[in-house]
Design a binder for this molecule. Structure first.
Ligand code: ADP
Length: 860
C-alpha cells in the first residue's frame, strides 16, 4: 500500500494528498502533520516506514467538504485520490490480496472550486494565469464557478495593478520566469505558448478560428494556454465550464493600483473584512450573482462615457419606477444561482438539485422577460438584455417535465425524475410499490398464521426484508416445517425469512435497481442538454445579474437620497453636498449626522490643499470624492446632491505613513515609493488624493517633501488633486501655483473646548489645534498645559527667524534645483578629468579631496 501511496504522492507534488480508505480520506507523513495542525484533529500513526512510525490523520468522506474548505482557506492545495474500483473488482483482477486501485481524480485549489459549500455566494472566485511574451505581460483570468473568462495584456509594470483589479485567489505562472513580479504557482513553461494557447482555446470552443471572439495578442494567447493547461491538470482531463474569452483593454477601465484599492477600502476594509467596505455600504443585491457583478463593477469602473451612461440609464429607469423595481427584485430574490449551478454541471460535479436550479432560474428569467416586453420606455441596455432572458423555453419545459419540484443533492437514492416523464420508469416504480404493499399484506398474513400479534416485517441494509418475532414466541417458527427459515438470533428477538417474502423483496430490489439506472440515464441526458446550451444559459445568468445590480443601485440611491452623476469630458470634479457612504452609515447607526461638503475642482483650480485639525474630517472628505468618482464610473448614482464628473483615467489614493501605523507597514519608505508611483503615472485626466504625505519623517524633511510633491503634482502631472496636510506652511504655495487653492476643515474653540464642525471651507487653516485635539483625546491636563508652554516658546523662536517656511517662496522650483545639480556634476567631472594624479604629493591629494568634498557638500 505504501508503494501505491508514495507513487500518488509523487504525482500530487506539493499538494496535500487525500488518500481514500473506505469511509475516510487519510493523510500521511508531513501532509498529516500539516493538516492535523490546521484542522485541529488528532495525529496518530500507522505502521512504519524505514523504521519510524508513519504519522497519519484522517477525515470522514461524508464531511470532507468542511475540512477541505478550511485547508483551502489556510492556503493549501489538495489532491483527491479515490478508489477507482470496488474491492470485488480488485479481487477478480489480482486475487484476494490485491490492493484496490486508486487514482488522483481531482486537485482542489482555491481558484478552481465549484462546490456551493466552498464558495462565497457574493464573491467571484478568480483564477489567473500570467506570463510574459517579448516584454508584454499576458493575463488570462477565469471564474470557473460561472465560466467567465477574460484576457488582457499590459506592460510588466502594470501587472500588479491589473491583478489587483481582478482580485485573483490563485495565480499560476511559468516555471523559471525569474522576472515574475509575484509568487504564482509555477507551471511548465511549455504550456504558456501562444500557439498552444490558440489551439487549446479553439479545442475548448470547437471552432477553427478565434476571430469571432475578438483580437488576441500573443501574450494573451500564451496566458490562456497556461490557464487551460492548468485547469486540465487540476480537473484530471475534465475541463470546467469556459465561456468564450472577452478582451479587457487597459484603457477601458479606470486604473487603480493595489495601494489605492486598499486605502479606499473598496471590497474589503482595512481590517480585511467586508464590513466597513464600500461594497458593503452599497450592496442591496438580492442575488449572489448580482453581488458578484457589483463587486466586479466596483473593482473595474469604466472610462467610456457611452457605456457608463447606458448603465446609468438603466439605474435611472428603475429608480424612477419604484413599483417595477420592487416587482423585479421580488422575482430575482426567488431565483437560484443559475451561473454557479451551471458551473458545477459542466465540471461534472452537478446534482439533480443543480438541474432544478437551472429550470427555476431560467423560468424566472422568462417571467422577467414577459413582464418587461410590453414596456415602451425601456432604456437601451434593457433592450439588449431582454432577448437574452427569453429563449430557454424548450429546456425549461423539458426540465419541468423531467424533474420533481425540489430535486435532491444526492443521486444515489434516485427519486428525482418526475412521474409521467418515463413510462418504463413509472412501471418499475409501480412494481416496487406493489411489492411493498404485498409485503405489508404478508405481515398481516403471517400474524394470522402464527398467532403472534407482535410479529413484524422489517428491513435493514444488511439483511434486507425479514420477519421478526419476540424471542419468547420464536420456538414454533424454528420447526423445520414451519415455512420460515431462521436468519439471526438477537437479544430478545429472532429473525426469519419466508419464501413469499423473499420473492417480493427480490421484486423490489430488482425493480429498484432498474429504476435507479433509468434515472441515472435521464440525469446524464439532461446534463448533456444543459452543457450544450451552456453559453446561452450563462448569458442569461449574466443578464439577471446585471438587472439585479441596476435595481440594487436604484434601491440604494432611493434609500440614501443619491443623485445621478453628470459624466462629462471637461477635467472637472464638481460635487455638491457630497457624503462618504461608509462613514455616513457608521454615524447613522450611532444616531449622528454626516455633514455634507462641496468639492469644486476645475481646470483653473484643480489642486486643493485641505488643512485643519486632526479628526476634523480631512481624510473623509478626500475619500468621499474619490469614491464618488469611482461610483459614477462604475455606473452608479452617487452620495451627493449633484455631481459633475470629468472622466478620470487613473485614480490614486495615498495615506501618509503614520496614519497607516495600525496596519504595521508604516515605513516612510512605503509612503515614498507610493508617492513616486503617482508622480510617475498621474496624467492630466487623473484624480489623486494625498492624505498627510510627508508625515512619516521629521518635520523639516516632511514639509520639504510635501512642498516638492505639491509643486510637481501642480506643475508636471497637472491632475486633479486633493492634498490634506497639517503643515500650514504649505499655504504659501498658493502664491506660486496658480491652479492651487486653500481650504480647511472648520473647527472652533468654545469655552476652552474644541468643536469639530466637519465643514470644508475656503481659505487656509488658522492653526492646527493639536493641543485641543490632545485634550479632547484625554491627555492629562498638566501635560497639555506643559505642551502649551513649549509651543509658545517654539512659536516665539520661529517668529524671530521668520518662520519655518521663511524664504521658501523665493526658492527656485525643483526643475531649477535639478539643473544646478547637473552643473555641479559637470564641473566636478571636468576637474577630475584635468587632474594628473601621479603629479600630486600625498598632501596635495588630501587637500584636493577636502576641497572637492566641500564643493559637493555646499550644493548637495
Ligand atoms: P482627519 O483626516 O482630519 O484627521 P477624519 O476624516 O479621519 O479626520 O475624520 C475623523 C472623524 O470625524 C471620522 O471618523 C468621522 O467620525 C468624523 N467625520 C469626518 N467627516 C465628517 C463629516 N463630514 N460629518 C460628520 N462627521 C465626520
Amino acid at each position: 500500500m505504501m508503494a501505491q501511496y508514495l507513487a500518488l504522492k509523487a504525482e500530487a507534488g506539493d499538494c496535500l494528498l487525500f488518500y481514500r480508505m473506505g469511509d475516510f480520506f487519510e493523510l500521511f507523513f508531513d501532509d498529516a502533520k500539516q493538516a492535523a495542525q490546521i484542522l485541529d484533529i488528532a495525529l496518530t500513526s500507522r505502521g512504519e516506514h524505514m523504521g519510524v512510525p508513519i504519522p497519519m490523520c484522517g477525515v470522514p468522506v461524508h464531511s470532507a467538504e468542511g475540512y477541505l474548505a478550511r485547508l483551502i482557506k489556510a492556503g493549501c492545495r489538495v489532491a483527491i485520490a479515490e478508489q477507482v474500483e470496488t474491492p470485488e473488482e480488485a479481487k477478480r483482477r489480482g486475487g484476494s490480496k490485491a490492493l484496490v486501485a486508486r487514482d488522483i481524480v481531482r486537485f482542489v485549489t482555491a481558484g478552481t472550486l465549484t462546490e456551493e459549500a466552498l464558495l462565497e455566494p457574493r464573491r467571484a472566485n478568480v483564477l489567473a494565469a500570467v506570463c510574459e511574451v517579448r516584454g508584454t505581460c499576458g493575463i488570462a483570468a477565469c471564474d470557473i464557478s460561472t465560466g467567465r473568462m477574460a484576457l488582457e495584456d499590459c506592460e510588466p509594470g502594470r501587472l500588479g495593478a491589473a491583478l489587483a483589479r481582478l482580485g485573483a485567489t490563485e495565480i499560476v505562472a511559468p516555471d523559471g520566469w525569474t522576472a515574475c513580479p509575484l509568487d504564482g504557482i509555477p507551471r511548465p513553461a511549455s504550456t504558456f505558448t501562444s500557439d498552444g494557447g490558440e489551439a487549446r482555446l479553439k479545442a475548448v470552443h470547437g471552432v477553427s478560428t478565434l476571430d469571432g471572439f475578438g483580437q488576441f495578442s500573443r501574450a494573451m494567447l500564451a496566458a490562456a494556454g497556461g490557464l487551460i493547461a492548468y485547469l486540465d491538470h487540476v480537473g484530471r482531463g475534465k475541463l470546467p465550464l469556459l465561456l468564450p474569452p472577452v478582451v479587457l483593454g487597459q484603457a477601458a477601465h479606470l486604473a487603480m493600483d493595489e495601494a489605492t484599492r486598499g486605502s479606499l477600502e473598496i471590497l474589503v476594509s482595512s481590517q480585511g473584512t467586508r464590513k466597513g467596505s464600500l461594497v458593503e455600504a452599497l450592496d442591496r443585491c438580492v442575488t449572489g450573482a448580482g453581488a458578484r457583478q457589483l463587486a466586479e463593477d466596483l473593482a473595474a469602473p469604466l472610462t467610456d462615457a457611452g457605456t457608463i451612461e447606458a448603465r446609468l440609464d438603466l439605474v435611472q429607469w428603475l429608480y424612477d419606477d419604484a413599483l417595477l423595481r420592487g416587482d423585479l427584485r421580488a422575482v430575482l430574490r426567488a431565483a437560484p444561482d443559475v451561473g454557479r449551478a451551471l458551473g458545477r454541471i459542466v465540471a461534472g460535479r452537478g446534482s439533480p438539485r443543480d438541474l432544478g436550479q437551472l429550470r427555476d432560474g431560467l423560468a424566472e428569467a422568462r417571467r422577467i422577460h414577459d413582464h418587461l416586453q410590453h414596456r415602451q420606455d425601456r432604456p437601451a441596455l434593457m433592450d439588449a438584455l431582454l432577448p437574452v432572458l427569453a429563449g430557454h423555453g424548450a429546456l425549461v419545459d423539458l426540465f419541468s417535465r423531467a424533474l420533481v419540484p425540489s430535486p435532491p443533492t444526492e443521486r444515489n437514492q434516485g427519486g428525482y425524475i418526475a412521474e409521467g416523464y418515463d413510462h418504463a420508469l413509472d412501471e418499475l416504480r409501480r412494481i416496487s410499490g406493489d411489492a411493498r404493499r404485498a409485503i405489508a399484506a404478508l405481515e398481516a398474513k403471517y400474524r394470522d398464521q402464527t398467532g403472534i400479534a407482535a410479529l413484524k416485517v422489517r428491513h435493514n441494509g444488511v439483511l434486507g426484508y425479514f420477519i421478526e418475532v419476540p424471542a419468547a414466541k420464536a420456538d414454533p417458527l424454528m420447526a423445520p416445517d414451519s415455512g420460515f427459515t431462521h436468519r439471526q438470533t438477537m437479544a430478545g428477538a429472532v429473525r426469519f425469512n419466508a419464501v413469499a417474502l423473499h420473492a417480493e423483496a427480490s421484486r423490489i430490489a430488482e425493480a429498484g435497481g432498474h429504476a435507479l439506472a433509468a434515472e441515472e440515464a435521464h440525469f446524464e441526458e439532461l446534463v448533456g442538454v444543459a452543457v450544450k446550451a451552456s453559453q446561452a444559459i450563462a448569458a442569461t445568468a449574466a443578464a439577471l445579474a446585471r438587472i439585479d445590480v441596476a435595481a440594487a443601485l436604484a434601491e440604494r440611491a432611493a434609500e440614501g437620497g443619491w443623485a445621478r452623476p453628470d459624466v462629462v469630458e471637461e477635467a472637472c470634479l464638481d460635487v455638491k453636498g457630497g457624503r462618504h457612504p461608509v462613514v455616513e452609515a457608521a454615524l447613522a447607526s450611532k444616531g449622528e449626522r454626516f455633514v455634507a461638503n462641496d468639492c469644486r475642482l476645475l481646470p483653473q483650480d484643480r489642486l486643493w490643499l485641505v488643512g485643519g485639525p486632526n479628526m476634523g474630517g480631512k481624510s473623509t472628505f478626500l475619500r468621499q470624492n474619490a469614491l464618488i468618482v469611482l461610483l459614477a464610473q462604475a455606473g452608479s448614482f452617487v452620495p451627493a446632491e449633484a455631481a459633475r464628473i470629468g472622466l478620470v483615467d487613473r485614480l490614486f489614493s495615498r495615506v501618509g505613513a503614520s496614519d497607516n501605523l495600525a496596519r504595521g507597514r508604516s515605513t516612510f519608505m512605503v509612503e515614498m515609493v507610493e508617492t513616486a508611483a503617482i508622480l510617475a503615472q498621474a496624467t492630466e485626466r487623473s484624480f489623486v488624493i494625498l492624505d498627510e504625505v510627508g508625515r512619516g519623517t521629521s518635520t523639516y524633511d516632511g514639509l520639504a517633501l510635501a512642498w516638492a510633491v505639491v509643486e510637481a503634482v501642480h506643475g508636471v502631472n497637472k491632475c486633479r488633486c486633493l492634498f490634506a496636510t497639517h503643515y500650514h506652511e504649505l499655504a504659501r504655495l498658493a502664491e506660486s501655483c496658480e491652479a492651487l487653492s486653500l481650504h480647511h476643515v472648520r473647527a472652533r474653540e468654545w469655552k476652552g473646548d474644541l468643536v469639530l464642525l466637519h465643514e470644508v471651507a475656503e481659505g487656509p487653516a488658522d492653526r492646527s489645534y493639536g493641543l485641543a485635539v490632545a485634550k479632547l483625546a484625554g491627555v492629562p491636563a498638566p501635560v497639555v498645559a506643559r505642551a502649551k508652554a513649549v509651543l509658545e516658546r517654539l512659536e516665539k523662536g520661529r517668529a524671530e527667524t521668520g518662520g519655518l517656511a521663511a524664504g521658501l517662496g523665493d526658492l527656485p522650483l525643483f526643475a531649477a534645483a535639478a539643473e544646478a545639480r547637473a552643473d555641479l556634476v559637470d564641473s566636478l567631472r571636468d576637474r577630475l578629468r584635468g587632474l594628473d594624479v601621479d603629479a600630486l604629493s600625498p598632501r596635495e591629494a588630501l587637500d584636493l579631496l577636502y576641497e572637492l568634498k566641500r564643493e559637493a557638500g555646499a550644493e548637495g
